[in-house]
Structure formats: structure tokens, C-alpha cells
Design a protein around this ligand. Structure first.
Ligand SMILES: [Zn+2]
Length: 343
């Protein structure tokens, strides 16, 4: 989660990653922040159609670090069964920088669009809806002015950050997008309806901003939400840790915090069952946090999972291999199933 670009450090935590504490800004400064994207935003950015109706899991070829780092201009697309678009008429609060909820704003056309995937099988998740948020977007790095706009999400935060990368240059945004697709295939096969917060990982788009990612789960009636990330921690440490929402009046009730904390524990158990241990460098492995905009604004149980440490050689190898990403996805799915079963 650690920001790659210095510009992203304007609002990113230096120590623990992109979605952690932001630097407070003066109201007078924040008041100048535009509420909508600049005119230079490529509003005509193509929304890439998702390839529907592949009935078998698609083995995504290992992304080579070289290709990943230079970033192809062609957006990656999702190939997961039975997708449908989320209705575009849904509106989302446009959180102001002054600490007051602002006027409504649409899901921006310059963002990737949310996507719904219907169940492909019957199983323990039948009848449930799961929100999956693949952290960041590869295009964030080329939309620095847009992602550095400030929003109020229970605290002042920027729209998004670039995320981290392995030492070989394999980006977190590409990793999370791939893991999310693998996870979607597993969950839909187990009966779930899955909603992804973004349908592409492309240089022509940025975001969506964190508040939209967090709000989407409630809009679609999801049972729970999982935001997939990877950390940029010390190279000597490895393993997963989880942020859960801390109790915050107006944002996170004690019930939401409690259910999310249980989800965090279940996800760590699921990951451990598939070979990914808890973090060796951050203890405890679950951090209730009031500084995460995505978690604050969500109305459902939700967690941010730092699935591995991209700066650790062993975890990086896992991130860069299809089998490694599949094991992370399987672990996340096991955690979600554990949480649903325990309700
Ligand atoms: Zn991240």
C-alpha cells in the first residue's frame, strides 16, 4: 500500500501504507479543492467491455515484472462468468473537505465502473452478496492531480494513492485486480453474487475514490466487503495483516466494528489455511482503525487486507506468480465463507 510516487505521499501514511492516516490540511486550503474532476480528465475514457460467459476459471498468465512495470496502454479486462453492469443511476455522496457531507455526485465516468457478477453455482454462499474492492488502479500514477483531491471520509483524505510494487516493479494495483478476479470466480462458484468496485486496471482511468469504494457495498446490499491490498513493508518481514473499522460516531457503530473484526480474524484464518501466515512485522495482525476512509464510510462489515508484503522476496514471488495469487484468492474465499457460516 505504500505510495510509489512522492506526490501520493501528500495524503498517504509513510509507515503503514496508502489508506492510513492522512496529513490534515487547513480548511482554507481544502476549500479550493474542486469537487469534480478537472476538464483535462479523459471523460471519454473507454469503458472496456467485460468478457462474459467463460464457464471455467481462466488461468491468468503470470504477469512478467517488466511488462507490469512499464504498464501496457491496453486496459486489462475481466473475464469472469455472467457479469452485469451496476445501474448508473446510483448516486453517491460527494464528501466535502470541510467536514460536512456535500451534495450528491455521480459515480464518475473517469473512474472504472463497478461490476456485478452473478452466481455460477450453488453452495455455502448462495443468496449472499459480497463486495470485493481491488485496491488502487494502475492509472492512478498518471492522474496525480485527480487522486490527490481531498474528500471528507470521517477525516480529510485524498481520493486514492498509487499503491506499492515489488522490487521487480510488479504493481500492487495489477496484483489486486488479478486476485480479485480469481476470488470472484471462487465466490460465484460457491453461490455468491459478487460486486467489484472496478472493472478494469487501466492507464486511461483513475480511482474510484475511497469513499465510493466504501459506500458501494451498502448500495448493492452486500453482506460484507473485502478490500484487497498488498503492503510495502520492511523486506525482512512477510505475511498478512488486516485493518478493520474502529468505532467512530456517525461512521462505524460498535456492531459494525465487532462484525468487521470477526471478519478480519476469519480472513486471516482462511489465508493461513492456504499458506499465507499472519504478518511477522506488524502485531497484532488486526488493527481496528478510524483513519481508513473506505472502512469509515461503509455501512456493512468490511476489512482492508494487506495480503502480503511486496517488498519481501518470498511474498513478492507469491505476488508475481499465478499460483501464488490463486492461493491468496483461495485464502480470502475461505475466510469469507467462514464468516458467513458463523453468522
Ligand atoms: Zn494498497
Amino acid at each position: 500500500m505504500k505510495a510509489l510516487l512522492t506526490v501520493a505521499l501528500l495524503g498517504a501514511a509513510v509507515l503503514s501504507g496508502c489508506s492510513s492516516a492522512s496529513t490534515p490540511v487547513a480548511v482554507s486550503q481544502a476549500a479550493t479543492a474542486p469537487a469534480e474532476p478537472a476538464a483535462s480528465t479523459p471523460a471519454s475514457a473507454p469503458v472496456v467491455a467485460i468478457t462474459p460467459s467463460s464457464t471455467t476459471p481462466v488461468a491468468t498468465a503470470d504477469a512478467t515484472p517488466a511488462a507490469a512495470s512499464n504498464g501496457s496502454s491496453s486496459p486489462e479486462t475481466i473475464s469472469t462468468p455472467a457479469s452485469t453492469s451496476v445501474p448508473k443511476h446510483w448516486w453517491y455522496p460527494n464528501w466535502s473537505s470541510s467536514g460536512v457531507k456535500g451534495t450528491a455526485a455521480a459515480w464518475l465516468s473517469s473512474w472504472p465502473q463497478p461490476k456485478v457478477f452473478t452466481a455460477t453455482g450453488h453452495g455455502p454462499l448462495s443468496g449472499h452478496t459480497i463486495l470485493i474492492d481491488p485496491g488502487h488502479n494502475i492509472g492512478n500514477s498518471t492522474h496525480t492531480s485527480q487522486i490527490n483531491r481531498h474528500y471528507w471520509v470521517g477525516l480529510d483524505k485524498i481520493c486514492n494513492t498509487t499503491g506499492t510494487a515489488t522490487d521487480h516493479g510488479f504493481p500492487e494495483a495489477t496484483y489486486t485486480f488479478d486476485v480479485a478476479q480469481r476470488l470472484t470466480r471462487i465466490l460465484t462458484a460457491a453461490g455468491a453474487k459478487v460486486v467489484l468496485t472496478r472493472d478494469q486496471n487501466s492507464h486511461s482511468t483513475y480511482g474510484p475514490c475511497i469513499q465510493a469504494r466504501g459506500l458501494l457495498g451498502g448500495e448493492v446490499g452486500a453482506d460484507l466487503g473485502v478490500s484487497i491490498h498488498a503492503d510495502g513493508g520492511p523486506s525482512s518481514g512477510h505475511g498478512a495483516f488486516v485493518y478493520s473499522p474502529g468505532v467512530k460516531p456517525g461512521y462505524t457503530s460498535s456492531s459494525k466494528a465487532k462484525q468487521s473484526y470477526r471478519l478480519a480474524g476469519d480472513v486471516l484464518k482462511g489465508l493461513a489455511a492456504h499458506g499465507q501466515v499472519g504478518s511477522t512485522y506488524l502485531h497484532p495482525n488486526i488493527a481496528p482503525d478510524k483513519q481508513q476512509g473506505t472502512l469509515n464510510v461503509a455501512s456493512i462489515p468490511i476489512v482492508i487486507v494487506e495480503t502480503l508484503n511486496m517488498r519481501n522476496a518470498g511474498d513478492a514471488a507469491k505476488a508475481e506468480s499465478a499460483s501464488g495469487r490463486q492461493s491468496i484468492a483461495a485464502g480470502l474465499a475461505a475466510g469469507i465463507e467462514r464468516w458467513i457460516a458463523g453468522r
